[in-house]
Design a protein around this ligand. Structure first.
Ligand SMILES: *Cc1c(COP(=O)(O)O)cnc(C)c1O
Length: 393
């Protein structure tokens, strides 16, 4: 299938076509899984001129290239490289764009391991990170310094769900010669077009909705035309590749991602609306709800919402009461990550690590990942949890 034969089709159709070519797969619908280190060359001359599509396993394989190409097409990017995890992809994006002596701007709502990466590895390399209020919008210019080289965005913010004014911030960064990287994991390219909104690099934890089954770790970084050659170079130099099985599973996940994401959206909205009506809940932090900070930017820039949001409980409940609620849930499990088929809850407190904004939501917070279980049974599980919560006041 040539690229041309696909142009003009919708994303939904392209997701069934990208990253595979039956004419090169003995007619089979799906590509084979390639594993390997050595690539052999027919002649000395071919070897000397590296005249093969892949010259060694660290260049990648057809399995890796299928996923890279599929993601580039989906993301509207000039190119994509992969990483063995989402945090690995963030590390590679930062190492591609930063050098010793540079200043990096990070939103205070950023995914916590990203913060640890800045404080650990980047600080050691002489890169200074400062944090900004994710809702600064055009006032982001007040944070720019002469040596600011990267503005990092994550929208909505991890756990707290502030939606950022991405197009305004990327336009201002561009005017000042500052590179922009976004962590677009929550929305995926299906619900937020990062490159069209001005982001140079866009990172996705494929661990979440692309994998979709909590059975793999994967990261993807897509780049616009300006950054693509530099991203590919950094990736080739470091050669941190994911395993073939994980790429195969991710490509398989890609075929149904739009359906799973739509189901996650509908189900999360239903559960969030139900939670909003509960007397035990003070507020719902979900980008599609007007009380979510930056909701107007979600409404303007996004084409959907995914299955992860948070709730804030009424102020009278204690930590012990929260534990009594969560420890005995029968469907919702507790654990990190999200985007799989199973429902999860996670108690959290952003105040533990924020540095420039105050996290005072008015009560204890729980993050919710809505899985594919029966909706009434999910509500009953939480309802019984609320009864245990109230017993402990
Ligand atoms: C999970 C997550 C990551 C990291 O992905 P891993 O594959 O678990 O390393 C990065 N950013 C966000 C927003 C995430 O939710």
């Amino acid at each position: 299938m040539s690229k041309n034969s696909r142009s003009g089709f919708s994303i939904t159709t392209r997701m069934t076509q990208v990253g595979r070519d039956p004419s090169k797969q003995a007619g089979f619908v799906n590509p084979a899984i390639y594993r390997g280190s050595t690539v052999v060359f027919p002649t000395v001359n071919d070897l000397e001129h590296r005249r093969m599509e892949f010259t060694y396993g660290t260049d990648g394989t057809p399995t890796i290239a299928n996923l890279e190409n599929a993601w580039s097409e989906l993301a509207g990017a000039a190119g994509t490289v992969l990483s063995p995890s989402g945090i690995g992809a963030i590390a590679l994006a930062l190492l591609t764009t930063l050098k010793s002596g540079d200043h990096l701007l990070m939103p205070d709502s950023v995914y916590r391991p990203t913060r640890l990466l800045c404080a650990g590895m980047l600080a050691k390399m002489g890169i200074e990170t400062s944090y900004y209020d994710p809702l600064l919008g055009k006032d982001i210019v007040t944070q720019f310094r002469a040596n600011t080289s990267v503005l990092f965005l994550e929208s909505p913010g991890s756990q707290s769900f502030e939606v950022q004014d991405v197009p305004t911030m990327t336009a201002l960064a561009k005017e000042h010669g500052i590179t922009t990287i976004i962590d677009n994991t929550w929305a995926t390219p299906l619900f937020f077009r990062a490159h069209e909104h001005g982001c140079d690099l866009s990172v996705e934890a494929g661990t979440k909705y692309l994998g979709g089954h909590s059975d793999l770790l994967l990261g993807l970084i897509s780049a616009n035309a300006q950054w693509w050659p530099k991203l590919r170079e950094a990736y080739d130099l470091m050669s941190m590749l994911p395993g073939a099985e994980d790429c195969f599973l991710a490509l398989r996940g890609l075929r149904t991602m739009h359906l799973r994401l739509k189901a996650a959206e509908t189900r999360a909205l239903e559960l969030a609306n139900w939670l909003k009506s509960r007397p035990e809940v003070l507020k719902v932090l979900h980008p599609a709800f007007p009380e979510c900070p930056g909701h107007e930017f979600w409404q303007r820039d996004f084409t959907g919402s995914s299955g992860l949001f948070s709730i804030i409980l009424q102020p009278q409940y204690s930590k012990a009461a929260l534990e009594n609620m969560l420890d005995y849930l029968s469907i919702f499990a507790m654990g990190f990550s999200w985007g799989g088929f199973e429902s999860l809850v996670l108690p959290f407190n952003c105040a533990d690590y924020r540095s420039v904004t105050h996290w005072q939501p008015g009560g204890l917070a729980i993050r919710i990942q809505v899985g594919l279980e029966d909706m009434n049974e999910l509500k009953t599980d939480l309802e019984q949890g609320f009864e245990r919560l109230k017993k402990f006041v």
